[in-house]
Write a protein of this length. Structure first.
Ligand code: NOJ
Length: 563
């Protein structure tokens, strides 16, 4: 039963084929290269890969501009290579979810070419048109500063088309039943080829009403139920992980109050407040964000992340909070993007400081939800701010200190490899870190192993334990009569805290440290006292006298979770 909802205790790894490993030596990563690296991913303990768009595309938005939903871009290989890859994943017990980008197509898609060819063409109503320039054409841009408008004039059909994103990404008319049927067909196709679901791109825009007269789009939530129903008819354990940066009040609309819509959603609210907490050392807004995103159906799950392939969007923080994060993590203008975010990778944001990196990842592994790592995080890769927009954090994976980081044999690569400075591939690479027992890579592997052995995080209920210290976050999870406790000190100074676990009787007397020998016992009043060094993180299994007696009958290993 507990394995049926596999995403509840999964560890996701997100990667783009083109930046991971080039097997054929043309400078671009491919499925053959990725397949060769599956043992590496498996060795890290990853249980699911999220594959970014790999379908044929002009590549003007890193593949989020698809020109054919039913194929593989020749730069990455063939459909056959894709199936070899999913097969290789299944052999290792790794699931695959892929991006489902159906808010818009590329302007090079055959549907759009047909739609713009004449006003009465077959695919005309698959897109969103206006005879005149709509009055709100200069509003609602997702990429302000780069994107000029949301409506662009098409000279062939002499009308205007709507695009929520760049002008080469015309929005599909998702209210059109034919478009809806096609979306299901796309899902069915990839499910048949072995994927376990989708990371659905830009969900609020997919389900929004669109058109020249729409000033305030409304979400058509029932569409989510239709997607979910189809998905599960075709494949019972398939999921959708929604990209929806929405206000907490609408979370339940996305999950469905009966748990009948999206199984997973990225928790953008926690993400932004987590960065504020890391920047300010004050965990209170993060705790508030956790509480406000707590309600969700039993089968639903949050996806937790630190950085992803886009900018770190700080748009939902207060102005003061946002400025605090900018000042700490992205003070220069060229580190910021779209007036709302930071485009750097995590390691440079945290000054490459191993203590702060471990703290940040420890939080990601232990906050309520399922962690989603980004390729290169495990070796603390850096960024290249000379590259435009979000490309700075999409550089090729650094495998070794061979030329071009062992990523490609070609003289040139799709995105340039980082070859200078402290994050250059000579210093930061997998081969080197593999040999070093204390490397970030080996630390990550150990943390992932332990994270999977604590299913209480994904399945249980959490309680924030009062420590009366704004820099310290203590979270207890309870599930099936087991409890675990995670304590983090976000301050650069050591902190001493005292707290009661709030469990009955002697249940919480012992805190068994899962990562070191530093266990803890409560005082006579049942209070725990901890001395936390700067940026400390502690993972404990909670045990009392009863618990220890019960366990000593079974085995002497107090660390393993009782199955
Ligand atoms: C969200 C994706 O994460 C982003 O990278 C992309 O540019 C937009 N959607 C448009 O597809």
């Amino acid at each position: 039963m507990i394995d049926d909802l596999w995403y509840k205790n999964a560890v996701f790894y997100c990667l783009s084929v083109g930046s991971f490993m080039d097997a054929d030596g043309d400078g671009c990563g491919d499925f053959k290269g990725l397949t060769r690296r599956l043992d590496y991913i498996h060795g890290l303990g990853i249980t699911a890969i999220w594959l970014m768009p790999f379908q044929p595309s002009p590549g003007k938005d890193d593949g989020y501009d698809i020109s054919d939903y039913y194929g593989v871009d020749p730069r990455y290989g063939t459909l056959g290579d894709f199936v070899e890859f999913t097969h290789g994943c299944h052999q290792r017990g790794i699931r695959v979810i892929i991006d489902l980008v159906v808010n818009h197509t590329s302007d090079q898609h055959a549907w759009f070419k047909d739609a713009r060819s004449a006003r009465d063409s077959r695919y005309r109503d698959w897109y969103v048109w206006s005879d005149k320039k709509p009055p709100n054409a200069n509003k609602g841009m997702v990429f302000p500063g780069v994107q000029k408008s949301t409506w662009t004039h098409d000279t062939t059909s002499k009308s205007w088309f709507f695009h929520r994103f760049y002008d080469f990404q015309p929005d599909l008319n998702t209210s059109n039943p034919y478009v809806q049927a096609e979306i299901l067909k796309i899902m069915g196709f990839w499910l048949q080829l072995g994927v376990s679901g989708f990371r659905m791109d830009a969900v609020p825009f997919v389900i929004a009403t669109k058109g020249p007269k729409v000033n305030k789009p409304t979400e058509q939530y029932d569409m989510l139920r239709a997607f979910r129903e189809f998905l599960q008819w075709r494949k019972g354990d398939a999921i959708i992980l929604a990209e929806a940066n929405v206000l907490p009040e609408t979370d339940m609309e996305y999950f469905g109050s009966d748990g009948d819509r999206m199984q997973m959603m990225f928790n953008f609210h926690v993400n932004q407040n987590l960065f504020y907490a890391l920047a300010s050392g004050d965990v209170r807004p993060l705790a508030a964000a956790m509480k406000v995103t707590k309600p969700r159906p039993a089968t639903a799950q949050w996806g937790l992340f630190l950085r992803n392939h886009d900018e770190l969007d700080l748009g939902r923080l207060t102005e003061e909070q946002r400025q605090t994060v900018f000042a700490k993590f992205g003070p220069d203008k060229d580190m910021q993007l779209y007036d709302r975010g930071i485009r750097r990778r995590l390691a440079p944001m945290l000054g490459g400081d191993r203590r702060r990196l471990e703290l940040a990842y420890s939080l990601m592994y232990t906050l309520p939800g399922t962690p989603v790592l980004r390729y290169g995080d495990e070796i603390a890769m850096g960024d290249d701010l000379t590259l435009p927009e979000r490309n700075c954090a999409r550089t090729p994976m650094q495998w070794s200190n061979e030329p071009r980081a062992g990523f490609t044999k070609s003289e040139k690569s799709k995105n340039p490899v980082i070859d200078k400075g402290p994050y250059g591939y000579n210093h930061v690479n997998v081969a080197k870190q593999r040999r070093d027992p204390n490397s970030m890579l080996n630390w990550t592997e150990r943390m992932i192993r332990m994270r999977k052995e604590v299913p209480e995080i994904g399945w249980g209920d959490f309680t924030i334990i009062a420590t009366r210290n704004p820099a310290v976050l203590a979270i207890r999870y309870d599930w099936r009569n087991n409890s675990v406790l995670f304590v983090h000190n976000l301050d650069e100074q050591p902190r001493e805290v005292s707290f009661a676990l709030g469990l009955d009787g002697k249940q919480g007397d012992h805190l068994i440290n899962l990562l070191t020998e530093d266990h803890n016992r409560a005082d006579a009043q049942g209070k725990h006292h901890l001395m936390l060094e700067a940026y400390a993180y502690r993972w404990y299994r909670v045990g009392g006298l009863d618990y220890l007696l019960r366990r000593s009958d079974i085995d002497s290993d107090t660390d393993a979770h009782p199955a």
